[in-house]
Design a binder for this molecule. Structure first.
Ligand SMILES: CSC[C@H]1O[C@H](OP(=O)(O)O)[C@H](O)[C@@H]1O
Length: 347
């Protein structure tokens, strides 16, 4: 019953963070209650909760959970421990660090007012971030849907949907907004090896919404584009450098190169909290490398010989010149990105 009601990937209830365990989808819809900072950190590391905006908000709640039972004698130590633990979970999505800096700043400001005031301030900030994310995604959807014509076939990679955010999604938010406006869209979802976020999560979300979706293996995207069957690509992001170079799920760069080769417009959809203006270009974005087992097994089933060497970067970098536009909550940024993104921050 609850599955039908929930569009949110996470929410706060009973002094705990409630999440949908995304590692079990689509086979099982399980809600997990996280009551400690350690549990939130584990959930982020294992991708029970995942997606740049969702990771950021989950970390903000995890920061609160780390100190919810503290007293004057240990809150300062626990604030530092929670901050460091959560920061260490995943290196690429800048929303994690943006969110932690934001809630730590609130904690520092509130701290002189005492322990209880600090706890309340952190929790309220996490609530604000959660609701801001939903509003942000709807604005991204609004701007992005103007790019979609009735009858468009749209390709997406990985999952940048409600499950990757608090609700509604970024790339899938663009698609949802067009669908809500009555535009007939058909989505081609890359399965997205090795963790299959496209097959397991994007296809599941779109089917639940009644949005036509066709699942493809990653290596089919180029052939679809060459046949002229894709009108537009829209994907999410984990970190965008000031020049527009974008880190996103591994395989995104390949999709962008194929889109350029076939004259298919390629867009990024992301909140400004995913833009890291401190970085000059994508070469400065840390790329997470994950376990060999993610490549050599599928749901625990071995598909490669024991001991084979494995390279498993979780993200790649798409150069700005391959990106037609970056859809944000302030509008669509076009090249030169350093200037157009900075203008959005200044507005
Ligand atoms: C809306 S951000 C979604 C973004 O995050 C995903 O990475 P992961 O599943 O490893 O958290 C992927 O890069 C998505 O595009």
């Amino acid at each position: 019953m609850r599955e039908e009601l929930i569009l949110r990937s996470l929410w706060f209830e009973d002094n705990s963070l409630m999440i949908i365990d995304q590692t079990l989808l689509p086979g099982e819809f399980r809600i997990v209650k996280l009551s400690s900072c350690d549990e939130v950190a584990h959930a982020i590391k294992t991708l029970m909760v995942r997606g740049a905006p969702a990771i950021g908000v989950a970390a903000a709640y995890g920061f609160y959970l780390g100190i919810k039972d503290c007293s004057e004698g240990n809150i300062d130590e626990r604030l530092d421990e929670s901050y460091e633990l959560l920061r260490s979970t995943r290196p690429t999505a800048v929303n994690l660090f943006w969110a932690l800096e934001r809630v730590r700043g609130v904690a520092i400001t509130a701290r002189p007012a005492g322990v209880d005031a600090t706890k309340v301030a952190i929790l309220n900030e996490a609530h604000r971030m959660a609701e801001e994310d939903v509003a942000t995604n709807r604005k991204i959807g609004e701007y992005g849907s103007t790019l979609i014509k009735d009858g468009f076939n749209i390709l997406t990679h990985c999952n940048a949907g409600a499950l990757a955010t608090v609700d509604y999604g970024t790339a899938l938010g663009v698609i949802r907004a067009a669908h809500e406006k009555g535009k007939r869209v058909h989505v081609y979802a890359d399965e997205t090896r090795p963790l299959l976020q496209g097959a397991r999560l994007t296809a599941w979300e779109l089917k639940r919404d009644g949005i036509p979706v066709t699942l493809i293996a990653d290596n089919m995207a180029g052939f679809l584009m060459k046949q002229g069957r894709i009108d537009m690509v829209v994907v999410g992001a984990d970190r965008i450098a000031q020049n527009g170079d974008t880190a996103n799920k591994i395989g995104t760069y390949s999709v962008a190169v194929l889109a350029a080769r076939n004259n298919v417009p390629f867009y990024i959809a992301a909140p400004l909290s995913t833009v890291d203006m401190s970085l000059n270009n994508g070469s400065e974005i840390p790329i997470e490398e994950r376990s060999h087992e993610e490549v050599t097994t599928v749901k625990g089933q071995r598909i490669a010989p024991e001991g084979v060497d494995v390279y498993n970067p979780a993200f790649d970098i798409t150069e700005a010149e391959l990106i037609k536009g970056i859809i944000t909550e302030k509008g669509i940024a076009y090249p030169p990105y350093k200037e157009s993104l900075q203008k959005f921050f200044n507005d």
